[in-house]
Write a protein that binds this ligand. Structure first.
Ligand code: F58
Length: 844
């Protein structure tokens, strides 16, 4: 290992971000050495690179600590309303560079490491990422934490500390294989365990009537929730909020009977089974598996968090002063709980239970407080993803909660009946507990128990009101809102694409970092020839960097001079990676049929994990890999077409891919992608979108103008009409020779000569049962849209102008904007751009 070339280092010094002071550099070195010695307990002769990573992580963490403590003191003193974000998933990615940037110390750290002969970029790669999420929903939670801290909100994330996050994906012979990813193998330097705040969580047992007529939950078993806190630094504002993740710990009393019977060894050994609750993240996206362990996880998060929230309320300033029974009347003015989908929906019932059974409030008051506290975000309309728990399972695991849901449902149906006295069908549709299907509907519970319900893009929110939540919208129209998703411009531009960030800053200053709408000033430079060349240079260098990375880590060769045409996201039929694959096959056929035609060089990049049990999705991965193989082995193709499937797509890989994207593939069937967020990331980094009118694509189109995006395909209305009249795949198949050819090639084993029938299920579903995703209906327009892409790409300047217009129009998609809207319309809290006093400025 050697120090980076001086030239590159000099270049970094000429940066808009924080000028390093020599004192800081000396200080960093001192603290680094102290940690290597006292924390890691190594000397430089035996220290590994990982030890150096840990030492620098602890050094950076030291800079956070006093701000973190300060933030807590400040929030106690001001006693402003707290926002609690509850999510089963947080896809955080790596923390080191994020912390350095948000604290403004990355140049000092860079320089200090350089002087010690270490390379920050190499050390950063050694951090294992906290991948405690599946896809968009978990990453959204992470972006929102960043924005809440940056906007100075007193906000807490609550989640689960899974021992195993999302699996590591390997592609072996074109097949996805899943491997466990032990992200905690090395201790995580960012988390602090808080055994003193252990919280008991109860399961099973039964409910009895107490002497005083109260309900009492008895004979339950207890599992303890151990909190682990991680810092969430705001950008340059001295705020450090907290993400609290719960880990299951057996209670000592767990197997009392066994302990007493003298079977000590077995009693201790069996403790581990209750600790299984937080062992592993369920790897499904947009699919509800209905397993009891998942229900245990959901309740574990909810119970521990709601108890913690109530405990904090009781310890808060207003209540400490009042020398009397805690008054819960003000609870909704002091706490807002946001449910990230229905997964934490039990919060409604747990809050009711604690208020009624423990705090002795009356039912009506408890329900009023609950509704005013809780709000609910829906992330999908796909029926297979909507959570419904079997009544039996639910009642056995959570007997008291089942009673409370029964009460809530009775109260709710009473209101429905008063409003529509004759409408029996509606009552049946709207019941939270479906006695026929024997299921508890968690979406309905979430709506009934909340004061606000939102979708994640305008189109999605509209569809919520007109489809799955129609009856509920008619009952309470005032509850329904839209909050279009956003992404944090810190991680998704400033950190992952520093050269573009610098270039933007030289033109419009650095205000965009916390006010992304300022990017629209870039429109003034759309004809500036130098700026256009600079944008092109940065994009090219990013593509080169990605190419080198892929060569080094995956032995994949791609050509940075080709167009990078990218679809990276979870693998799901509705996202239609298969449509992209049909297109690739057609492009391949065209080159073969017309080898002398002048075409642009394309690298088509796929990436994404399939749920381990999702057979079709896994077979689509295999097909893509086989097509990639056929293309690369064909001597006629040369460097005109290259197809790659990148292994193990996640936050860290995304940070490398997104800055290098030319073309962003967003091709779901209209009505099925609630929002999408990779579309926003690529736009912000100067990628042009080819997409359907679905989710947030609609708003991207509005913002950038339809001349600067390649839209195609059925609209939602057309999909609806087509479904009404009957979708017939053969119509398209018989009328489009290229489409027919591509499907026949798959059918005939052109891409799987060793097993010609390998993809027969895919062919069958395309031709016989695809009314759900209608791939063939959009194929022709998709091909035409790609021809428009090709035309434009031939004119480098015109292409780049549109890139600039896309960057300039990406302001709306900042998670800061989204969080401002949540703050105003749902939580009733006020963001601030004031900095907290720095740690050396005395206690607030
Ligand atoms: C995603 N949902 C949406 N669910 O599909 C996407 O359109 C949206 O942009 C994003 O949420 C953020 O709002 C999603 O990622 C899951 O991963 C769940 C995991 C747990 C089981 C159910 C799906």
């Amino acid at each position: 290992k050697h120090a980076p070339a001086l030239k590159e280092n000099n270049y970094k010094q000429i940066s808009i971000r924080g000028i390093p002071l020599l004192e800081n550099v000396e200080e960093v070195k001192k603290v680094f050495n102290r940690h290597l010695h006292f924390t890691i307990v190594k000397d430089r002769d035996v220290a590994t690179d990982h030890d150096y990573y840990e030492s620098i992580a602890y050094t950076v963490r030291d800079h956070l600590v006093s701000r973190w403590i300060r933030t807590n003191q400040y929030h106690f003193e001001t006693d402003q309303k707290r926002v609690y974000y509850l999510s089963l998933e947080y896809h955080m990615g790596r923390a080191l560079s994020n912390c350095m940037i948000n604290l403004g110390i990355e140049n000092s750290v860079d320089e200090a490491l350089y002087e010690m002969g270490l390379n920050i970029e190499e050390l950063e790669e050694l951090e294992s990422e906290a991948a405690l999420g599946n896809g968009g929903l978990g990453r959204l939670a992470a972006c929102y934490l960043d924005s809440m801290a940056t906007l100075g909100l007193s906000a807490y994330g609550y989640g689960l500390r899974y021992d195993y996050g999302i699996f590591a994906q390997k592609i072996e012979d074109g097949y996805q294989k899943e491997y466990p990813e032990n992200w905690l193998r090395y201790a995580c330097p960012w988390e602090i365990s808080r055994p003193e705040f252990l919280v008991p969580v109860q399961y099973y047992g039964k409910v009895i009537d107490d002497k005083d007529g109260k309900k009492k939950w008895v004979e339950y078993i207890t599992v303890h929730a151990m909190p682990y806190d991680s810092p969430i630094p705001g950008y340059n504002n001295n705020v450090v909020n907290t993400l609290r993740l719960w880990s299951a710990k057996a209670s000592e009393k767990f197997n009392f009977a066994l302990f007493n019977s003298g079977d000590y060894i077995r009693a201790v050994a069996e403790q581990s089974s209750s600790e299984d609750i937080t062992r592993v993240l369920y790897p499904n996206d947009d699919f509800d598996e209905g397993k009891i362990l998942r229900l245990k996880q959901e309740y574990f998060l909810v119970s521990a968090s709601v108890q913690d929230i109530i405990a904090r309320y009781k310890r808060s300033k207003i209540n400490l002063k009042a020398d009397q029974q805690v008054d819960f009347t003000n609870f909704p003015d002091k706490a807002a709980i946001q449910l990230n989908d229905t997964h934490p929906a039990l919060s409604v019932v747990e809050l009711m239970r604690l208020l009624i059974d423990v705090e002795n409030l009356g039912w009506d008051q408890a329900f009023d407080i609950t509704k005013r506290t809780i709000a609910f975000t829906n992330h999908t309309l796909l029926p297979e993803a909507l959570e419904k728990w079997p009544i039996d399972m639910f009642q056995k695991l959570l007997p008291r909660h089942f009673q409370l849901i029964t009460d809530i449902n009775a109260h709710h149906l009473d209101i429905v009946q008063k409003k529509w006295p004759e409408d029996k069908e509606r009552m049946k549709r709207m019941t939270i507990i479906d006695d026929e299907a024997k299921k508890v509907n968690m979406g309905y519970l979430s709506v009934v128990g909340s004061h606000a319900v939102n979708g994640v893009a305008q189109m999605h929110s509209d569809l919520l009101k007109s489809t799955i939540m129609k009856d509920f919208y008619e009952l309470n129209p005032e509850k329904f809102q839209n909050k279009t998703n956003g992404i944090t411009p810190r991680r998704w531009l400033l950190i992952c694409n520093p050269d573009l960030a610098d270039l933007i800053t030289t033109k419009i200053g650095e205000g965009w970092i916390t006010d992304l709408a300022q990017l629209k000033q870039l429109r003034d430079y759309v004809d500036d020839e130098q700026f256009i060349r600079d944008i092109q240079r940065v994009k090219f260098e990013n593509k080169e960097r990605l190419s080198k990375f892929l060569k080094k880590n995956f032995n994949v060769n791609i050509n940075p001079n080709s167009m990078f045409d990218v679809q990276v996201k979870r693998l799901h039929e509705y996202k239609r990676q298969l449509l992209n694959c049909l297109r690739v096959i057609t492009v391949y056929n065209r080159i073969k049929a017309n080898p002398d035609k002048d075409v642009i060089q394309r690298t088509i990049i796929f990436g994404g994990k399939a749920a381990p049990g999702y057979k079709t999705a896994k077979l689509i991965i295999k097909l893509i890999c086989n097509v990639a193989r056929t293309v690369s082995e064909d001597p006629v193709i040369g460097d005109r077409l290259r197809v790659v499937f990148l292994e193990n797509y996640g936050v860290s890989l995304a940070e490398k891919i997104i800055p290098a994207v030319d073309l962003s593939e967003q091709i779901s069937l209209a009505g099925l992608e609630a929002s999408g967020t990779s579309n926003m990331k690529m736009m912000l980094n100067g990628g042009l979108t080819i997409g359907t009118m679905d989710g947030a694509n609609v708003e991207i189109c509005e913002e950038v103008g339809k001349d600067n995006i390649f839209t195609f395909g059925l609209t939602y209305k057309e999909v609806d009409e087509l479904r009404e009249k009957g979708y017939n795949a053969k119509d398209y198949y018989e009328h489009n020779a290229e489409l027919k050819q591509a499907i026949e090639q798959i059918r005939d084993g052109v891409f799987s000569p060793e097993d010609p029938n390998l993809f027969s299920d895919i062919v069958k579903s395309l031709l016989e049962s695809d009314e759900k995703f209608m791939l063939l209906a959009d194929y022709e327009e998709y091909m035409k849209a790609h021809e428009r892409v090709e035309q434009l790409y031939k004119d480098g300047t015109e292409w780049t102008k549109k890139c600039i217009l896309n960057i300039a129009a990406a302001g709306k998609f900042s998670s800061d904007r989204a969080i401002r809207e949540y703050a105003k319309d749902i939580w009733n809290v006020t963001p601030t751009d004031k900095k907290l006093p720095s740690p050396d400025a005395g206690r607030p």
